[in-house]
Ligand binder design. Structure first.
Ligand code: S3P
Ligand code: PEP
Length: 429
């Protein structure tokens, strides 16, 4: 645990923040490279706990990953998936949902474990799907032992999956689908399907590796069997992680540029541009990247975050500092993220004196506007990197906010405390 006093911004911030690579893209690229038909490379990849866990997991299953050059990782694919390993998933959704389908190709058992809270994260729908494909699994949540089946999916026509708890079940299954003898047709059978753009990202990465995917029918994906082409793949900056720095511009009336922001992207974090503009900031592309300028006005917002729910903590923090009421809707499934984010945000904002009403799938937040409560206090992060981002944003205007633990930011952005300190220092100078 590393406690951290968040810096208050005494003026407008101004700076350029080079945001590290996308977690979601890096971990998809690693899985596809490990299953590819030859050696490949990855540039712009994210160095963080979630991607280290993925590298360790794929190495344990037989891939060779040379990450000695941070600018260009070299991946030699798995020849035959190795049985007998123990995979530590940490708290990484992409590891716990993307690696078991790979391990299910092993001729033997693979053990899966994770952090204390990982045991609470939804796994049952994926593990049932793997059983339906012919693997064995001895539980419905972490930790579990999986017994692989080299004939995985050989007799499956259509695999029905309830992915309402997390889109990552479907992404994990699609990533191995081309390696199954008949390919795979996956059909979502639940009521809701969150984070759909993240499934779109999976489909795009498969297609870029030469895999034929038919997604013409909503909630149904048909992946043809065939090789996954080895590639020289490139990862974009993480747009959801970028959101916290852009928020600092909007909150302080300052200006922040993020270089390398793609003009077309599969990352749902791109939605932050629209959200910030609706809340009153100026958002535009310049030759240097995406620029956000605070205007001194920050309105509340009514927003459906179902497709981009990982933005919730940052948007909630913006709402907390805005004027008027905000409503963040359709996000019940984020109770299964790194922590129950609806409960955690309501508790921690409430403790600081910010009005929050928690519903089963929504938050209503009464922004403090020009009257931030003055006492500050401890802000618990629940091992959740994005709770740390939310605490840092409210700490820009509420004095003496202290995160109980900032080390959780290493999950996807170990450089966050330094990048944040440097950016907020520009307001003091
Ligand atoms: O596939 C991915 O890379 C992700 C999918 C989403 O998960 P959920 O569908 O559980 O929201 C997102 O929130 C998570 O941060 C990353
Ligand atoms: C939900 C998130 O992560 P994970 O990939 O662990 O699900 C997140 O990063 O906001």
């Amino acid at each position: 645990m590393t406690a951290w006093s968040t810096p208050v911004a005494t003026g407008a911030v101004g700076g350029t923040v080079q945001v590290p690579g996308s977690k979601s893209e890096t971990n998809r690229a690693l899985v596809l490279a490990a299953l590819a038909d030859g050696p490949g490379t990855l540039s712009g990849a994210l160095e963080a706990r979630d991607t280290q866990l993925m590298r360790d997991a794929l190495t344990a299953l037989g891939a060779k990953i040379d990450d000695s050059d941070p600018l260009l990782w070299r991946i030699t694919p798995i020849d035959e998936v190795t049985a007998g390993a123990t995979i530590d998933c940490g708290l990484a959704g992409t590891v716990m949902r993307f690696v078991p389908p790979v391990a299910a190709l092993a001729p033997g058992t693979v053990d899966f474990t994770g952090d204390t809270h990982a045991k609470e994260r939804p796994m049952a729908g994926l593990l049932q799907a793997l059983r339906d494909l012919g693997a064995g699994v001895d539980g419905d949540s972490l930790p579990f032992t999986l017994t692989g089946n080299p004939d995985l999916g050989a007799t499956t026509r259509i695999l029905e999956v309830d992915s309402s708890a997390t889109s990552q079940y479907i992404s994990g299954l699609l990533l191995v689908a081309p390696r199954l003898p008949q390919g795979l047709t996956v059909e979502h059978v639940g009521d809701t399907l969150p984070s759909l753009p993240h499934i779109g990202m999976t489909v795009a990465w498969l297609r870029d590796a030469g895999v034929v995917v038919d997604d013409a029918v909503p909630r149904r994906w048909r992946v043809q069997p065939g090789p996954i082409a080895a590639r020289e793949a490139r990862v974009e900056p993480d747009l959801t992680n970028a959101a916290v720095f852009l928020a600092a511009a909007a909150v302080t009336g300052g200006e922040v540029t993020v270089p390398g922001w793609p003009t077309e992207t599969d990352q749902p974090g791109d939605l932050i541009r629209d959200i910030l503009a609706k809340m009153g900031a100026e958002v535009d592309f310049t030759d240097a990247g995406l620029r956000v300028r605070g205007t001194g006005v920050l309105h509340g917002i009514d927003v459906d975050l179902h497709p981009a729910s990982e933005l919730t903590p940052v948007v909630a923090a913006l709402a907390a500092l805005a004027s008027g009421e905000s409503r963040l809707r359709n996000i019940g499934h984020i109770r299964g993220h790194e922590t129950d984010r609806l409960a955690a945000l309501a508790t921690e904002f409430g403790r600081l004196g910010i009005g929050v009403e928690e519903e089963s799938d929504a938050l209503t937040i009464t922004g403090v506007g020009s009257n931030p409560p003055g006492d500050g206090g401890t802000f618990a992060t629940y091992a959740d990197h994005r709770m740390a981002h939310a605490g840092a944003i409210v700490g820009l205007r509420l004095p003496q906010v202290s995160l109980d633990d900032v080390s959780c930011t290493s999950k996807t952005m170990p450089t966050f405390p330094q990048l944040w300190t440097d950016l907020i220092a520009t307001a003091q100078s």
